[in-house]
Ligand binder design. Sequence first.
Ligand code: ZN
Length: 345
Amino acid sequence: MDTLEEQKSSLAGKQLTRHEALDRRKRINRYKKILIWTCVIAILIPIVMCVFLLMKIHRLEKDIDNLLTMKESGQIVAQTDSAGGRYLVLAKDVDENERTTENITEKTTEGSTEEVTEIPSEVVTQPVTKDEYTGKRAYLTFDDGPSENTIPILDTLNRYNVPATFFVIGKMDEQSKKLYKEIVDRGSTIGLHSFSHQYGSLYASMENFSADLAKIHDLVKETTGKDIKLFRFPGGSATTTNTVDIREIIKYLNANGYRYVDWNVSSEDATGRNISADEMARMVISQSLSCNSAYILMHDAKGKESTVQSLPAIIEELQANGYKFCAIDETTDKLVQQVKASEVQ
Ligand code: ZN
């Protein structure tokens, strides 16, 4: 009997062990599945995040390009607040500010009160005066040339007997070399606008910038005999795409006796949209009328025929409103600067 009982109990024990083994296998399989899914998720999440971030970077790059185009065309400008923070504002708003400040200045002078007026943040006044004229001034500036449009512009300027300033880039062909000299010979001034005009390489490092500046400086000196120390940043002094800090560049310019100038009026001839000569003239005139010193950004690059055609109306209308057309050089007493040279030591 005992033996039979023992046999029964041993059989039951064996069945239990098989059952446990089955359970264990099921548990192991479940753990395996959980482990595999954890691995898959751990791999998938970073991949999805990378794709998402890449798309975001791509979108931001596009935004930066758009902002740059808007800034070069004067639609937006960079400003520095009292705490030293930098931000972008619409050029229209800056013009409003400037107009208000200019009005206060005028009133203060007329009324001979002691009220101190803050100078607009983008205007730097330096104590160098060339002539006694104290009225309104218009400075026509043409960037990115010379090109086939330079001569028609010079012809118009000469017809009205007004000078302008040409911020030139580096061109090594014989025709362009003659044009640098022609600009100076026909009564206008030259400013340097970099040799390459390639944001990526120009602002990649201080070495790149100084080498590029030396190259355009020497080309202009060789072709015109002029030792030009007037500069305009591609994108303006508040440009932010550069890897090198623009303030380091400004320090370099200050240390090497350069002065630079931005603009407070834009013809919008670099925005990429097709603007008629009439529309361009209207925009330049209305913006200029709200500035005592209008620094007008235009371009004499290839394809800027509307710019050439807009000039007579601009010159006639601004002269009728009491503006004197002047050329900019290193001694111009008031230069529009979005980032002020005097603030960068
Ligand atoms: Zn330019």
